[in-house]
Design a protein around this ligand. Structure first.
Ligand code: GLN
Length: 485
């Protein structure tokens, strides 16, 4: 078995026993990258020398007796997350040349935990998309089928983990961008409760929706990464001041799934869903019942308004957040003679078509005369969606559904049809609008491609969804079928 194919917890055990060093582990990942990256395209930039230096430092720290869950573990980081001294582009030309002078809080915490950073992973420009085809640099391919997309927007982070080009990674999820690519690539992706992980240093898309989350090979690894990055941060006023349990201990507690009520939201098995996806997820629910869980039909009646409300709120916030890219403060600058021409020519040259579409949509939704009709209305829908979840969680502990109505589609299938692209998020956006947490875990295959099971929890219900996911995973093999490249 090659070292790059280890999970984080397996590698950690070998590092602890002194069977391997972090330098060996990191070099194995770098060799794997040399072998497959030309096909997959998971990364925007690679920092191999830096990675080896960090690995050497981790080995030195271990040699003097330090032991931390991520000490010496090579990770990939989505390029929407700010890394000190390492170019960060959000997959946009407008941030070309931007080298951040500070670390995101999540990165700072991973550094403290001893992690090794291999490179910055590809994504849709400013995390706007569902296939990673809207990256300004290159598309990423699904390691399970190179003709298919890896999902998005954190497609590079999911593909890197799926292809063995990192042991784990960070993504960001505004409307599904951690869960969707995890589901399409057959790996695990967790979107934490809004505020569980600091957004400081996450390049803002929709600030009231964005969360950083781990993408890993299995559930225990997701718990390990969440342990490292979760918790209050004085630099993010929306971060929650709630204690962080040890998620690794939490997942192993309890007697199977006995007594756990698992809600099945009827609206999440939509008409247009691929039959293979619905069947696979139904079989996963039967398996949860075999483990002692009690399935309960529930309703989230406002689900149908999720996509329209999301695309108003997300674009409105994006239009405000992206106003800072003007050629003066960061990255690209197209000199237009005077100030206004410099602004407009920089933005014309620097933003891709999807980003421009969203800025225009969002600006329109916020403009005088339309604000009440669109933005205010969307905010009211958001409250209704949150109440849907609150009511459902009075009856059940967690809910389960597919992550998307389809498996990974072919490259170019939706790239010219934004509405079709938006509809891939129909089962994920409501969680962000309501601020609750969710995880995608592999639960089978349809048409040869992985299907993700979405397990949804209430606010700060990470322990419950991780535990359910862990029990499922311990008794199935779907996560142990690596992509053949
Ligand atoms: N696909 C959704 C969008 O395009 C969600 C993206 C995300 O979560 N960052 O907005």
């Amino acid at each position: 078995m090659e070292l790059y194919s280890l999970t984080i917890h397996e590698a950690q055990e070998k590092l602890r026993q002194g069977e391997i060093s972090s330098v060996e582990l990191t070099e194995s990942v770098l060799e794997r990258i040399d072998a497959v990256e030309a096909k997959v395209g998971a990364y925007i930039s690679l920092q191999p020398e830096l990675a080896v230096r960090m690995a050497e430092m981790a080995d030195e720290r271990r040699a003097v007796g330090e032991d931390r869950p991520l000490l010496g573990i090579p990770l990939g980081i989505k390029d929407t997350i700010i890394t000190h001294g390492v170019p960060t582009t959000a997959a946009s030309k407008i941030l070309d040349g931007f080298v951040p002078p500070f670390d995101a809080t999540a990165i700072d915490r991973l550094r403290q935990a001893g992690a090794v950073f291999v490179g910055k992973t590809n994504c849709d420009e400013f995390a706007m998309g569902s296939s990673t085809e809207y990256s300004a640099f290159h598309p990423t391919r699904n390691p399970r089928n190179l003709n298919c997309v890896p999902g998005g927007s954190s497609g590079g982070s999911a593909a890197a983990v799926g292809a063995g080009e990192a042991l784990g990674s960070l993504g960001s999820d505004t409307g599904g961008s951690v869960r969707l690519p995890a589901s399409f690539c057959g790996v695990v992706g967790l979107k934490p409760t809004y505020g569980r992980v600091s957004r400081y240093g996450l390049i803002a898309f929709g600030s009231s929706l964005d969360q950083i989350g781990p993408i890993t090979k299995d559930v225990e690894d997701a718990a390990i990464l969440l342990n490292a990055i979760a918790g209050h941060d004085a630099r993010d006023s929306t971060s929650l001041n709630a204690p962080v349990p040890n998620y690794v201990d939490e997942i192993k507690q309890g007697d199977g799934l006995k007594g756990i009520k698992v809600g099945i939201p009827q609206e999440y098995f939509t008409e247009g869903m691929e039959p293979g996806v619905a069947q696979t997820v139904r079989a996963a629910i039967d398996h949860l019942a075999d483990l002692g869980a009690e399935p309960v039909e529930v309703s989230l009646p406002n689900t149908g308004y999720g996509i329209p409300a999301y695309y108003i709120v997300a674009t409105a916030e994006a239009s405000a957040n992206l106003s800072r890219y003007d050629g003066v403060r960061f990255g690209l600058r197209q000199d237009g003679g005077d100030m206004w021409n410099t602004f407009s020519q920089t933005r014309e040259a620097g933003f891709g078509p999807e980003v421009k579409r969203r800025i225009m949509l969002g600006t329109y939704a916020l403009s005088a005369g339309y604000y009440d009709a669109y933005y205010l209305q969307a905010q009211k829908v958001r409250t209704l969606l949150r109440q849907d979840f609150e009511r459902a969680f009075e009856k059940v502990d967690v809910m389960v559904s597919p992550v998307a109505p389809m498996v990974a589609f072919e490259i170019n299938a939706k790239v010219d049809d934004p509405l079709q692209m938006y509809l891939t998020d129909v089962l994920t956006v409501s969680l962000n609008l309501a601020g609750v947490c969710g995880i995608s875990i592999p639960c089978g295959f349809s048409e040869g491609m992985p299907v993700g099971l979405q397990i949804i929890g209430p606010a700060l219900g990470e322990s419950a969804i991780l535990r359910t996911a862990y029990q499922y995973e311990q008794t199935t093999d779907w996560h142990k079928q690596p992509a053949e490249l």
